[in-house]
Design a protein around this ligand. Structure first.
Ligand code: GLN
Length: 307
């Protein structure tokens, strides 16, 4: 690891600005185990391609990854079955909330993209069929890429999601009726809730996202995705990663990104670095208010965006 303070001053400036900014949004309360998170927490990390990490605030505090996990399950499934996945899930923005059911019937049980809940359920179902252990495959990958063997599922959060998971259950059963789910729906839901309940810090997630900045190459130098596939995942993140706010996110941040209702947001500067910001207060779309602001300030202050 280099000791050069390249990104440290900009992170410190962003943390100061965030500390002075009012209005943090509200933690997700439809998953009761997440409702108690303090919206004043804030952390941010930047990882360079060689694994050098910079951080500020609560950057080493584990939080619930939630939908950020969907980037990794998508990449892992593509690594196993390549383009066959795209017969079962689309790659267009949905313009609807992440847990919406409305498009599915019009579109014959094929979800718009892999990042809304319906699409993520399809990806997890297929990864589970490919590997026999979707959430375990995800955890192994995150541990290897972050170098943190302690990463684990928070069972309380997984249980809380399952106890309040009627919408996800409805999505799963509805798609099963169209033949777009291969595993028993209860098995799929269990895997999906475990996946969403993995806890990791900004440092862990910035490092784990590195393969997307390295054009598909993992931390150990082996290849997970082809360069073309890495481009494709980044593109789907840019257009669909923050749901019905993806246009606003692209406008403000200018990077491929993915949010989760735990308050984390990851972003990729291809060929340069990866970012993760965390603050549990969400806007009405389920995206972290301070997290998105921090990424906006980062690309504004550094000029590092894809545009
Ligand atoms: N586990 C959450 C859900 O299924 C994930 C949603 C999110 O982070 N946007 O609703």
């Amino acid at each position: 690891m280099s000791s050069a303070p390249a990104f440290q001053p900009v992170l410190q400036r962003i943390a100061q600005e965030i500390a002075q900014s009012p209005g943090r949004g509200r933690p997700a309360d439809y998953i009761p185990a997440l409702a108690a998170c303090d919206p004043n927490r804030f952390g941010m990390a930047v990882a360079e391609l060689d694994g050098t990490v910079y951080g500020v605030g609560d950057w080493r505090q584990p939080f619930s990854t939630q939908s950020i996990s969907k980037v990794f399950t998508l990449a892992l499934d593509l690594a196993h079955e390549a383009d066959a996945l795209w017969e079962h899930v689309g790659r267009e923005p949905s313009g609807n909330p992440f847990n919406s059911l409305v498009q599915l019937e019009y579109e014959n049980g094929i979800p718009r993209n892999p990042f809304i809940n319906a699409g993520a359920l399809v990806v997890t179902d297929r990864l589970h069929t490919q590997t026999g252990d979707a959430s375990g495959t995800l955890l192994d990958f995150l541990r290897a890429e972050s170098g943190n063997a302690e990463l684990a599922v928070n069972q309380d959060v997984a249980g809380s999601e399952a106890a309040h998971g009627d919408r996800n259950a409805a999505l799963g059963h509805f798609m099963a009726a169209y033949g777009n789910i291969g595993n028993p729906v209860p098995v799929l839901l269990d895997e999906y809730f475990r996946q969403c309940s993995v806890e990791a810090s900004c440092a862990d997630l910035a490092l784990a996202t590195g393969f997307l900045a390295r054009h598909g190459v993992r931390a150990d130098g082996t290849r997970l995705l082809t360069q073309r596939q890495a481009k494709q995942v980044n593109a789907v993140m840019l257009t669909c990663g923050t749901y019905d706010a993806a246009g606003e996110f692209a406008y403000r941040v200018g990077l491929p990104g993915k949010s989760g209702v735990g308050g984390g947001v990851i972003a990729v500067v291809p060929g340069r670095c990866t970012l993760c910001a965390w603050s549990p207060g969400l806007d009405e779309h389920g995206n972290s208010v301070a997290g998105v602001t921090a990424l906006d300030r980062f690309t504004t202050l550094t000029g590092l965006s894809v545009f």
